[in-house]
Design a protein around this ligand. Sequence first.
Ligand SMILES: CC(C)(COP(=O)(O)OP(=O)(O)OC[C@H]1O[C@@H](n2cnc3c(N)ncnc32)[C@H](O)[C@@H]1OP(=O)(O)O)[C@@H](O)C(=O)NCCC(=O)NCCS
Length: 170
Amino acid sequence: MEKRFVRESRCYKTSRVFPTDVNNHNTLFGGKLMAYIDDIASISASKHSRRAVVTASTDSVDFLYPIRPTDSVCLEAFVTYTGKSSMEVFVKVITEDLKTAERRIAATSFLTFVAMDENKRPVAVPQVTPQTEEEKRLNETALNRLEFRRIRRETSKEFSGHLTMKFPWE
Ligand SMILES: CC(C)(COP(=O)(O)OP(=O)(O)OC[C@H]1O[C@@H](n2cnc3c(N)ncnc32)[C@H](O)[C@@H]1OP(=O)(O)O)[C@@H](O)C(=O)NCCC(=O)NCCS
């Protein structure tokens, strides 16, 4: 089975916080950051698999610190673990105060992408080889997250079976 290094899927994106990007508290709108995260994570999954990919799930987005207009926002994404057709991507959001140079991990997220073949069916992806301490730690802890995800997916499926599909006006 083909293998790729984690670094081969690594991507970065640095942005300013513009007035149109903020919420009522004058900090970066959470939905904007979530869109950045999904965007960069999908590029990382595509670089690892060299296939079309779809987002299967986002575990969570942990907003650890508000992001201010004086901060730069740097996102880093890489594939941490692979199943057969699925890839776990970790996204780390580092802010830097542009005047003081103070840095913070402002948010983290784990997402799962599935590689698709030409017929839009899940297709096998290369395995991933971690090298740095951070990469190894994320790789070693992936099985725990996979298990949580499996349980959550089953719970979601079971739960959705009890939901009505009626629109409010019907
Ligand atoms: C994700 C999707 C392709 C899975 O299809 P499926 O028919 O359930 O496929 P399978 O059950 O064979 O699962 C394929 C892989 O996806 C993983 N997977 C499926 N649903 C998942 C979920 N909610 N979270 C994490 N992994 C998931 C499976 O564990 C499996 O991994 P593996 O091949 O590494 O073992 C399908 O549910 C889908 O198309 N969902 C919509 C995706 C979408 O529209 N995303 C937003 C826009 S990109």
